[in-house]
Design a protein around this ligand. Structure first.
Ligand code: LCS
Length: 405
C-alpha cells in the first residue's frame, strides 16, 4: 500500500503521536527524572549507545521527544531538541556552532536578548558579530569576513518585521562554507519553513505561536541530519537547558490547533493593519501583508501568510504611544506574543531595552514604536479597543498642539 502523504493541517494534529499503553490517544506525561535499567549491562549498553532507550530526562524523555518529533516533522527537519526557553535554544545554537575566533553575521532586528547574548557572553568567549539589516542583500555580502561561520537570521525581524531573503542568504552562507540558522518564532512552520529555502538550523521560542496559549516558556532547535542531531544533543545535554515533560505536553497540545490559529492570526492582523494604516493618527506601520511593506513581494514568496504581528508608530511619539498602551482594555499590556490573546508592548523600553539606544537606532527601532500581537478574539472587538485608545491619543496630541500655539 502506498504511504499517504499528510497535509500540514493533518500533521499538526498527528505529528509526534505514537501508540501508547491503554490505547491513550495523546502522549502520556512521563513526569520522571530518571528511568530504571533492566540490569547493569542494560544501563551500560544505553550509555554506550549500543541500545536505544531512555536514561535520564535531561538526556531525553519520551514526552519531550514526542514534541521534538512533532516540530521536526512540521519544519521538514530530521529531529528537534526541546529547550527550556527560546533563549536556551538560541544559546544552544551558538554553543554548538561557534568557537573563539569565529564571526557571525546577524540580523540587526532580532529579539533584544539575542543581540545582548552575542555582544556579551559570546563576545567574552571570543566570538565576533556584525549586525546588519539582513533584508538588504548587499549589506549582508559586505558583512562577510573570512572567519564568518554562521548567518543568524530572524525573519520577520523582531520588532521591525523586516523580511530577509532566506534562499539568497542560504546560498551566500553555503558559498562561504558557513551555516544559516533561522529564528522562525514570528511565523511558525504553518507560515514559513526555512529548511525548504536552504536553512541548516531552525529555532523557535515555543513560548509564542507554537504553544499559543501564553502558559509555557520553552524553545526548540530543529536540525537537518543525524550527525547534526548527535552533536546538538551532546551540547544541549552539557548545557542542560532542556524543556520539561509537562511543558512539552502543553506545547504539543497547543500545536494541534496551530494551523487554525495561524489562519485567524493572519486574517485578523490583516484587517487590523488596514484599519491602522488608514487612521490619521498612525504615522507609520509595518506589516508584511500591506503593499507599503518594503518586502511585500518577498513575503508573498517565502511566507504562507503575513503573520499576526504589527508594529506601528502614532503621531506624538513615545508619549502618545504610552497613552495608547495605557488606554487599551482588551489588548493586554504585556511582552511576549503569539498567544490567543492580543498583546501590546513598547519595544524600546521593554523587549529591546537591553540592546541600548545605539543598537536600537541601528536596528531601526524608534522610541515611538508600538508592537501589537493580534490574538484570535473577534477582530471587531480588537479594532474598537484600538479605536477607543486612539481617541485618547487624539486628546493628548490636540492638547499638546494647543499648548504650543
Ligand atoms: N526569539 C524571538 C524571535 C523572540 O521573540 C523571543 C522572545 C525569543 C527568541 C526568546 O524566547 P523566550 O526565551 O522568551 O522563550 N520574545 C519575546 C518578546 O518579543 N516579548 O517577550 C519575549
Amino acid at each position: 500500500m502506498k504511504e499517504q502523504t499528510k497535509n500540514f493541517e493533518t500533521k499538526c494534529v498527528h505529528s509526534g503521536v505514537g501508540e501508547y499503553e491503554f490505547g491513550s490517544v495523546v502522549p502520556p506525561i512521563y513526569q520522571t527524572s530518571t528511568f530504571k535499567f533492566n540490569s547493569a549491562q542494560h544501563g551500560a549498553a544505553l550509555f554506550a549507545g549500543e541500545e536505544k532507550g531512555y536514561i535520564y530526562t535531561r538526556m531525553l524523555n519520551p514526552t519531550v521527544e514526542a514534541l521534538e518529533d512533532s516540530i521536526a516533522e512540521l519544519e521538514g527537519g530530521y529531529k528537534g531538541l526541546g529547550c527550556a526557553s527560546g533563549m536556551a535554544a538560541v544559546h544552544t545554537v551558538f554553543a554548538a556552532l561557534l568557537k573563539t575566533g569565529d564571526h557571525v553575521v546577524c540580523s540587526a532586528a532580532v529579539y533584544g536578548p539575542t543581540t545582548t547574548l552575542l555582544n556579551t557572553i559570546m563576545k567574552n568567549f571570543g566570538v565576533e558579530t556584525t549586525f546588519v539589516d539582513t533584508s538588504d542583500l548587499e549589506a549582508v555580502k559586505n558583512a562577510i569576513k573570512k572567519n564568518t561561520k554562521l548567518f543568524y537570521i530572524e525573519t520577520p525581524g523582531n520588532p521591525t518585521l523586516a523580511i530577509s531573503d532566506l534562499a539568497a542568504i542560504a546560498k551566500l552562507a553555503h558559498s562561504h562554507n558557513a551555516l544559516m540558522a533561522v529564528d522562525n518564532t514570528f511565523m511558525s512552520p504553518a507560515l514559513q519553513r526555512p529548511i525548504e529555502f536552504g536553512a541548516d538550523i531552525v529555532l523557535h521560542s515555543l513560548t509564542k505561536f507554537l504553544n499559543g496559549h501564553a502558559d509555557v516558556v520553552g524553545g526548540v532547535v530543529v536540525v537537518k541530519d543525524e550527525a547534526a542531531y548527535k552533536h546538538f544533543r551532546k551540547i544541549l545535554n552539557q548545557i542542560g537547558g532542556v524543556i520539561d515533560p509537562f511543558n512539552s505536553f502543553l506545547v504539543h497540545r497547543g500545536i494541534k490547533t496551530l494551523s487554525l490559529r495561524m489562519e485567524r492570526h493572519c486574517e485578523s492582523a490583516q484587517i487590523v493593519a488596514e484599519y491602522l494604516e488608514k487612521h490619521p493618527l498612525v504615522k507609520s506601520i509595518s506589516f508584511p501583508g500591506l503593499k507599503s511593506h518594503p518586502q511585500y513581494e518577498l513575503a508573498k514568496k517565502q511566507q504562507k501568510g503575513p503573520g499576526g504581528m504589527i508594529t506601528f508608530e502614532v503621531e506624538g511619539g513615545l508619549e502618545a504611544g504610552q497613552v495608547l498602551m495605557n488606554s487599551v482594555k482588551l489588548c493586554q499590556l504585556a511582552v511576549s506574543l503569539g498567544g490567543v490573546e492580543s498583546l501590546i508592548q513598547h519595544p524600546a523600553s521593554m523587549t529591546h531595552f537591553s540592546m541600548g539606544k545605539e543598537g536600537r537606532v541601528a536596528a531601526g527601532i524608534s522610541d515611538g514604536l508600538v508592537r501589537l500581537s493580534v490574538g484570535i478574539e473577534n477582530v471587531n472587538d480588537i479594532i474598537s479597543d484600538l479605536d477607543n485608545a486612539l481617541e485618547k491619543v487624539k486628546e493628548v496630541v490636540e492638547s499638546a498642539l494647543a499648548h504650543k500655539e
